[in-house]
Design a protein around this ligand. Structure first.
Ligand code: ADP
Length: 356
């Protein structure tokens, strides 16, 4: 087990593309760190640099307090689990798991012990004689993890390991990976573009965008206090609503010129965006009096019942919003609603999208 520390890590590819622009992350021994962000934000590049599969242009990478920048992949004591499993189709499960250890010349008895132990942990004991094509997607994924576990590495690296699985299985495997990682206590770095996977797995969540870290922290802290509009819209589904506001002498204006009550909001001269989560809006009944919140008019554009709740889509002052309501929704497209956002549920971002 080992801590992983990245200091000012940069990657400039041959063609001059700066894929990673100076990143700092400290991962405690045994923690699961998830790198999340849209396609092209540099997360795979960062993972590959940790693995030693890609050179580090600048910065320092430490594993267990030793600089490993110049060590090859095999010398870093890291095991990687990929999206496509990369299992050998002609080999039995047992041999797939044993392969890497045999290559290192490990004694047969020790290999057998490790493979059987890992198989037990992963509930693969009864499948050791099968070939990959005789397994389900989830079982194959477990074999891929087994192959990583038997190496007893200092660090696990996961590169979108669940993206080939269907949604239901992905949910189950997410729980399995989380439990397994806890049980083994191996420091892990996990790359995904799926915010839900990121939220549910991470001890420490790193939200990346355009080669930089937008925010780093515990998942729920990030959810509750996103550092930017980018993070606010990336983390959470449906995402946080963002409504543009400007101030003039008469008060606050929305994008389409609608006036709203000031409610003590200090809006900078350049304007701002107010943010609120879909679950933080309350629909106000006719004459009901409300204090301590921002009162807004919402025009309903569509309703999506998803079972336990419904998503009401609409717009507020020219910006698109979504509201989560419990159970069935009684509203219909074209309806006008008065909604209130309690003051403590409001987020404020400046014109550049930074949290105020
Ligand atoms: P992500 O994993 O978040 O989708 P990547 O790390 O794959 O992002 O890519 C980050 C950026 O680096 C992208 O602009 C991508 O086009 C570029 N890139 C990735 N690999 C290479 C490469 N081998 N050569 C040049 N540019 C690359």
């Amino acid at each position: 087990m080992a801590s992983v520390e990245l200091t000012n890590i940069r990657k400039v590819y041959g063609g001059g593309v700066e894929a990673v622009k100076g990143i700092n992350i400290a991962i405690d021994d045994g923690a699961l760190c998830v790198l999340v962000g849209p396609s092209g934000c540099g997360k795979s590049t960062l993972l590959r640099m940790i693995a030693g599969l890609e050179t580090i242009t600048e910065g320092v990478l430490k594993i267990e307090n030793s600089v490993v920048n110049d060590l090859g992949p095999a010398e870093r004591d890291i095991a990687m689990v990929f999206q496509n499993y990369a299992l050998y189709p002609h080999m039995k499960v047992y041999d797939n798991m044993a392969y890497g250890l045999r290559n290192r010349g490990m004694p047969k008895g020790e290999i057998d012990k490790r493979v059987r132990e890992a198989a037990q942990t992963l509930e693969l004991g009864h499948l050791l004689e099968r070939r990959p094509r005789e397994l389900s997607g989830g079982q194959r994924q477990r074999v891929a993890m087994g192959r990583a576990i038997v190496r007893n590495p200092k660090v696990f690296l996961f590169d979108e390991p669940l993206s080939n699985l269907d949604a239901k299985l992905r949910g189950q495997m997410r729980v399995e990976i989380k439990n397994l990682q806890r049980q083994l206590g191996v420091t892990s770095v996990y790359v995904t573009h799926d915010q839900l996977e990121a939220m549910t797995l991470a001890d420490i969540l790193v939200v990346m965008n355009g080669g930089v870290v937008e925010q780093i922290g515990a998942p729920l802290d990030i959810y509750e206090k996103p550092a930017s509009t980018f993070v606010a819209s990336f983390i959470g589904a449906p995402p946080m609503n963002l409504v543009h506001v400007t101030a003039n002498s008469a008060g606050l204006l929305l994008k389409d010129g609608t006036h709203i009550g000031a409610e003590g909001l200090a809006i900078p001269a350049e304007g701002a965006q107010i943010g609120f989560r879909p679950e933080d809006l309350e629909v106000v009944a006719g004459s009901q009096q409300h204090i301590g919140g921002l009162l807004l008019d919402l025009t309903v554009r569509g309703v999506e019942p998803v079972g336990a709740e419904s998503y009401v889509y609409g717009d507020i002052g020219g910006d698109k919003v979504v509201v989560r309501v419990a159970g069935r929704s009684v509203v219909e497209p074209g309806d006008h609603l008065r909604v209130i956002v309690p003051k403590e549920k409001l987020h404020l971002f400046d014109a550049k999208g930074k949290r105020i």
